[in-house]
Design a protein around this ligand. Structure first.
Ligand code: GDP
Ligand code: MG
Length: 292
């Protein structure tokens, strides 16, 4: 069998059991290489390795109180979760209605990213009600497997893992299978910076940005990170920096705090903005950034 690997982003409303499911999936046999660092604000990643596969789960901040928060905020987090996913694991539970989630569903469908639906907390319902719930999700996502589980009772999680493996693309592993490396830490540092940019800038700006970790030097009590924020056009440079440098300062401060939480170490973070003209259209640059 060829090797499979990919990024599986876990989405769903608060309290449906996303974290419980991810922990269960990551704990399911096999080795875990990630420290599964968690802070309240940013992503939690869990990496599951098998001989022929590597699944990189991330429990995205997801939708925050969708009924009360601005729709834009909600769609924003969906967009960012969709932009880097090979597969979406959409978690719902037996108390939720598909009808309540119309817009969200449309957005996920429009992305074209394959989806697996997990209906969690089936311990709280009975067979008849569950069948109706599963049926409504089949109608909403005709192409997707709908898998009833109970994360709490560890019920049917193996079927969920099998469904993920089935849909995972063929690819070499993204991370070393047995060790934490510098490369891996760089990746998380750049993801945290990218997240702050997604959070603070509008429209096309976040999608015009690529983060490059230029240097990453670990000293005894501090890690010094120098990161380049590449933008595609001159005009975007000023937007990123902001009036008196205020925007960039804010991104830098917030990113540093989260990176410190993540690595549990003091961080010195330097951010520079660089215009790399039309980088998204230049094969050589894309290759350098790790796109294939
Ligand atoms: P998240 O906000 O989507 O990450 O949800 P959590 O994983 O934090 O879980 C929210 C609550 O649902 C917690 O109290 C869990 O213990 C509970 N929960 C998770 N899975 C199940 C399940 O299968 N059955 C029941 N009854 N409760 C569950
Ligand atoms: Mg959670």
């Amino acid at each position: 069998m060829n090797h499979k690997s990919g990024f599986v982003n876990i989405l769903g409303n608060p309290n449906v059991g996303k974290s419980t499911i991810m922990n269960a999936l990551v704990g399911e046999k096999l080795s875990i290489i990630s420290p599964k660092a968690q802070t309240t604000r940013h992503r939690i990643m869990g990496i599951v390795n098998g001989e022929n596969f590597q699944i990189v789960y991330s429990d995205t901040p997801g939708i925050l109180r969708p009924r009360y928060k601005l729709q834009e905020t909600m769609m924003h987090s969906v967009n960012s979760a969709l932009s880097d996913a090979d597969l979406i694991l959409y978690i719902t539970d037996v108390t939720e209605q598909t009808a309540d989630q119309g817009e969200y569903i449309d957005k996920i469908k429009a992305s074209g990213v394959p989806v697996i639906i997990a209906v969690n907390k089936i311990d709280l319902t009975n067979q008849g009600v569950l069948e109706k719930i599963v049926e409504s999700w089949h109608l909403a996502f005709p192409q997707s497997p709908v898998i009833p589980v109970s994360a709490l009772n560890n019920f049917n999680l193996r079927a969920l893992l099998d469904a993920v493996l089935e849909k995972l693309p063929e690819s070499p592993p993204y991370f070393p299978k047995d060790q934490l490396t510098d490369k891996y830490e760089r990746f998380f540092a750049s993801e945290i910076i990218r997240e702050k940019i997604l959070l603070h800038y509008k429209k096309e700006i976040p999608y015009s940005v690529e983060i490059e970790i230029e240097s990453f030097s670990e000293e005894k009590n501090i890690t010094r990170i120098r990161a380049l924020i590449h933008v595609a056009r001159d005009s975007q440079k000023g937007i990123i920096i902001g009036h008196n440098g205020n925007m960039l300062k804010r991104v830098g401060t917030e990113a540093r705090k989260d990176i410190e939480d993540f690595f549990r170490k003091k961080i010195f973070l330097e951010l520079y903005v660089k215009v790399t003209k039309d980088w998204r259209d230049k094969p050589a640059v894309l290759k350098r950034f790790g796109y294939r």
